[in-house]
Design a protein around this ligand. Structure first.
Ligand code: ADP
Ligand code: GN1
Ligand code: MG
Length: 365
């Protein structure tokens, strides 16, 4: 089904006048839909096609989003916030459902478009990074009393780095695209860190880190900053909200936003961890979490940053070896470029581990 056809299934106000590709996400096909009402005013929506090769249980996924956004809405209203801008709002299909399944098995959904707010692909101002951190921290804080047992695990073992490492080794052994020979250094980079791959998972299993309801995909472009106030407005991209580790939510934001280069930078001399941005984010995240992190979580925040970067680099490498079937790519070798950039950042983080710990100790005391 085409995106314009998909629109017909939803309760949109007015006539569709525009339906165009939108945003820079690596997973969903996202479209901006503009409708014109009889009185001439415009209404905007976000239409998304969610690929069921990635999300195997779309009904469970959409049920999660429905539950989480309803829960957040109540909390937002209770403190006098604006529930139409501070959380995602699903538009129902004409049959009253939260998604439409097309004959090919793909599912379509529509959200209210959050206008006059921006998703940044790179930190332009440290203040925006602070605001994104506060918003992600607050998101976790607001969901602290959400019943995690009611959530479907939308991608099983999503941040189980140990399981991902096992799968990576299988993909290397299979080498179905005959690409492993070109990436011996990158494969070794992972193998050399076999011990690390277990670290966070083992702490969770040992009960040293608590399982919380987390976002699990806390890139800067998954939060909207209000154009007028400059405040973190709304956390978006809720496909992976499920039980997880707070240190991973912290870590993934650092991976993406505290890198002095973009995620797919090919000039690796530009890649490094900005300790200034690390501190900025840590302050915002801890404030947003409202003091709810345990001492063990605090002391593992730097490790969370390293592990999310290592895991993400390994995922890009896995996808490169498998023939670029998971992440959207925009040029040949794109996943490999992304992988190399992540590994360069891991290497820099390893040098700066003590500095990161010093920053957390300073802020948390
Ligand atoms: P992906 O999983 O592919 O990253 P996202 O849900 O993050 O998909 O959406 C991709 C982009 O679309 C976002 O980075 C953001 O720019 C934009 N976007 C998504 N939802 C909204 C919304 N409700 N209002 C405005 N922009 C949105
Ligand atoms: C994907 O969907 P998006 O673009 O916000 C991915 C994340 C990765 C990220 C790397 C469901 O995030 O896990 O960290 O790309 N999302 C999924 O940029 O796999
Ligand atoms: Mg996204």
């Amino acid at each position: 089904m085409t995106p314009v056809e998909a629109c017909k299934y939803f309760r949109l106000e007015g006539e569709v006048t525009e339906c165009s590709k939108y945003g820079n996400g690596h997973i969903n096909d996202t479209y901006l839909v503009v409708c014109k009402k009889d009185d001439g005013t415009q209404v905007k929506y976000i239409l998304q096609c969610v690929h069921c090769t990635i999300f195997k249980d779309p009904a469970g996924l959409m049920e999660n989003i429905k539950k989480v956004t309803s829960f957040l809405k109540e909390k937002i209203v209770a403190v006098g916030g604006d529930p139409m801008r501070e959380t995602m709002n699903l538009i129902l299909t004409k049959d009253g459902e939260v998604f439409e399944k097309d004959p090919s098995g793909d599912i379509w959904r529509v959200y209210v478009f959050i206008d006059n707010a921006t998703c940044f692909d790179k930190v332009e101002k440290p203040e925006d990074f602070y605001q994104s951190a506060y918003a992600f921290g607050k998101f976790q804080n607001l969901l602290a009393d959400f019943d995690a047992s009611t959530l479907t695990e939308t991608i099983v073992d999503f941040h189980n780095t140990a399981v991902r490492f096992e799968r990576f080794k299988t993909v290397v052994a299979e080498d179905k695209m005959n690409r492993a020979k070109d990436v011996a250094d990158e494969i070794k980079f992972c193998m050399d860190r076999a011990e690390d791959m277990r670290s966070c998972v083992d702490m969770l299993k040992a009960g040293k880190l608590p399982l919380r309801v987390t976002h699990n995909d806390t890139k800067l472009n998954n939060v909207m900053i209000d154009d007028a106030t400059g405040k973190g407005l709304c956390v978006i991209d809720l496909d992976t909200v499920m039980p997880g580790l707070s240190i991973n939510d912290f870590g993934d934001s650092i991976r993406f936003g505290a890198n002095t280069a973009v995620e797919d930078e090919t000039d690796l001399s530009k890649v490094s961890l900005s300790l200034e941005l690390f501190e900025t984010y840590a302050k915002g995240f801890l404030e947003g979490c409202g003091g709810k992190l345990t001492d063990a979580e605090l002391s593992m925040l730097p490790m969370g940053a390293k592990m999310m970067t290592l895991e993400c680099g390994m995922r890009f490498l896995t996808d490169y070896l498998e023939g670029d079937v998971y992440f959207k790519t925009h040029r040949p070798g794109h996943n490999l470029d992304r992988c190399r950039c992540q590994f360069a950042l891991v290497a820099d983080m390893e040098k700066k581990m003590d500095d990161m710990h010093a920053v957390i100790s300073k802020i948390a005391k």
